[in-house]
Design a protein around this ligand. Structure first.
Ligand SMILES: Cc1cc2nc3c(=O)[nH]c(=O)nc-3n(C[C@H](O)[C@H](O)[C@H](O)COP(=O)(O)OP(=O)(O)OC[C@H]3O[C@@H](n4cnc5c(N)ncnc54)[C@H](O)[C@@H]3O)c2cc1C
Length: 501
């Protein structure tokens, strides 16, 4: 049944891509492309959104999963970015996706041999918290810090700065933007790669899209390239001489057991600019990230042993080695930041968004932050407002699908841990996820006995959320893979629900 619904959905999307003439084609269903498509569709445009892989399978599921102002950008002097990011953090947590974006205190430990003096940090935190409109901006003593983070290394600790930001589930935040675009009438489809652009009188008028073994000619008046780390590859389809517009930096994260009794995350200063994080995330500790130049094929980015060693060593500045054994690593992932061209190390490169317009009129947009995705998408739309014939764009935040419709009504009684998890991941749509479990209680079975994700989520992912592979379900629709629980049993359970099984 799930397989049938998914196949029908794909066939309808394919038919729509081939038949309709679109106002806007968005290339890339990461968070930027998905939000661009959602805002454009809500503005009444005919929109198509295609992704070569799964939605969110690029950078948008490989971040530090923080919705934050970015304390270290203050150190780089980027007050505007921090102010904007805080503004967006508030909008996401209050209106756009309150189920997915949760406030979290952060402790920044100040060790005697560390790069910062407490007085200097306190003035920075005060500015940061003023921009955040938050009152959480104290220096706290080691005993108070230890109550927030019980494993915090105390030797040599002078004090800790305390401030507030938020954490999220990046893959699901991205997906909800795709679903918002779809709800607003956009044609969306994953595993649909733009392989060439349609040029009419030298102007880009859509693209050839490889989809399910065929190539579909998609007509569109305007094309936006939001291909993230692949931005230059897509620019190259418009103009083979377009060269390089960005540079890439690899960031790796690992998840280790721990953090379930923490009531704050840790921001660990590594030098006078770089910090790393230890964030309690679904009962584990999310540690990272690295920041190293990358100039290979973005699809080949991977986690190397040196990356893991670096992350564990750096976390060891504030945490005991017992938490940080290489054999404790449950899961890891690598992603690519897209940064403006420039000299110097990637850690000091500004996290600016890079916009460019090619000779055929295609707008490319890449870089920036997950936190500011809405603003980046709206800015991209502003830039193509003329060719699209759009009037003023409504920049107000709108609730994503899971933030619409109030408290979910659940047709079945759930284990409290599972219920809380579903309310967090799906918000008001949690009721839809478990609807069928009233008739088929097997859907309430956990995908892995040690995690709260259940079979009903896998069915919902396939039927209603464009999941087409085991990895789509276990890594991006649910939290099984990142909890380190994607074992044979979990894989086999999901395989049975997939199209073609
Ligand atoms: C290590 C790391 C940590 C980060 N941490 C944070 C954080 O904590 N908070 C924060 O705010 N930001 C963070 N960021 C930044 C944030 O993750 C990115 O800014 C954001 O995810 C970029 O989204 P995107 O849509 O531009 O790119 P992507 O998510 O990479 O999307 C691009 C999409 O384009 C598709 N595509 C490529 N080529 C084609 C083609 N030919 N046809 C169709 N589709 C194509 C790809 O499949 C991909 O899905 C982090 C980034 C990294 C790398």
């Amino acid at each position: 049944m799930a397989a049938l619904a998914a196949a029908e959905r794909r066939a309808a999307a394919r038919e729509s891509l081939a038949r309709r003439s679109f106002d806007l084609l968005v290339v890339g269903g990461g968070v930027i492309g998905a939000a661009t498509a959602a805002h454009a569709a809500r503005a009444g445009l005919a929109v198509a959104l295609v992704d070569a892989g799964d939605f969110g399978s690029g950078t948008s599921s490989a971040s530090s999963k923080l919705v934050h102002g970015g304390l270290r950008y203050l150190r780089l002097g980027d007050v505007r970015l921090v102010r904007e990011a805080h503004h967006e953090r508030r909008a996401l947590a209050a209106d756009v996706a309150p189920h997915l974006v949760h406030r979290l205190p952060f402790l920044l430990p100040l060790y005697r041999d560390g790069p910062f003096r407490p007085a200097f940090v306190q003035s920075g935190i005060l500015l940061y918290s003023t921009l955040a409109r938050s009152r959480l901006n104290w220096l706290v003593r080691p005993d108070r810090a230890e109550r927030l983070v019980p494993e915090l290394r105390l030797d040599g600790l002078r004090s800790c700065a305390l401030y507030a930001d938020a954490w999220t589930n990046d893959a699901r935040l991205c997906l909800e933007n795709v679903l918002a675009a779809e709800q607003a009438g956009a044609t969306v489809v994953n595993r649909a790669e733009v392989v060439s652009l349609r040029l009419v009188d030298g102007q880009v008028r859509g693209a050839e899209v490889a989809l399910d073994g065929d190539v579909v000619d998609v007509q569109a008046r305007v094309t936006v390239n939001a291909a993230g780390p692949w931005v230059d590859a897509v620019r190259g389809l418009e103009d083979p001489r377009s060269g390089t517009s960005v540079r890439l930096s690899k960031g790796v994260h690992v998840l280790v057991p721990g953090g379930s009794d923490w009531s704050a995350a840790l921001t660990v200063p590594q030098d006078d600019v770089r910090v790393t994080f230890a964030v309690p995330w679904y009962g584990l500790l999310l540690l990272g990230t690295t920041d190293t130049d990358f100039d290979g094929d973005p699809a080949a980015v991977s986690v190397e042993t040196e990356d893991v060693t670096e992350i564990l060593d750096e976390a060891g500045k504030a945490l005991p080695s017992t938490l940080l054994e290489p054999c404790s690593v449950r899961a890891s992932y690598a992603g690519l930041r897209v940064l403006p061209l420039g000299d110097g190390g990637t850690a000091t490169a500004r996290r600016e968004t890079v916009f460019s317009v090619g000779p055929g009129g295609m707008l490319s947009v890449a870089g920036g932050k997950l936190t500011t995705y809405r603003r980046i998408a709206l800015d991209a739309l502003e830039r193509v407002r003329g060719p699209l014939g759009l009037g003023q764009i409504d920049r107000r935040p709108f609730p994503l699908p899971g933030a619409n419709g109030g408290e979910p009504r659940l047709a079945v009684e759930l284990d409290p841990e599972v219920e809380a998890h579903l309310r967090h991941l799906y918000g008001s749509r949690a009721g839809e996820v478990v609807e069928r479990a009233a008739e088929d209680p097997s859907l309430l079975e956990r995908l892995h006995p040690d995690g709260p994700d259940i079979a009903a989520q896998a069915v919902f992912a396939v039927e209603s959320e464009w999941a087409a592979s085991v990895d789509d379900v276990l890594r991006r629709r649910t939290t099984v893979t990142l909890r380190g629980l994607a074992d044979e049993g979990a894989v086999a359970r999901v395989e049975r629900l997939l199209p073609g099984s």
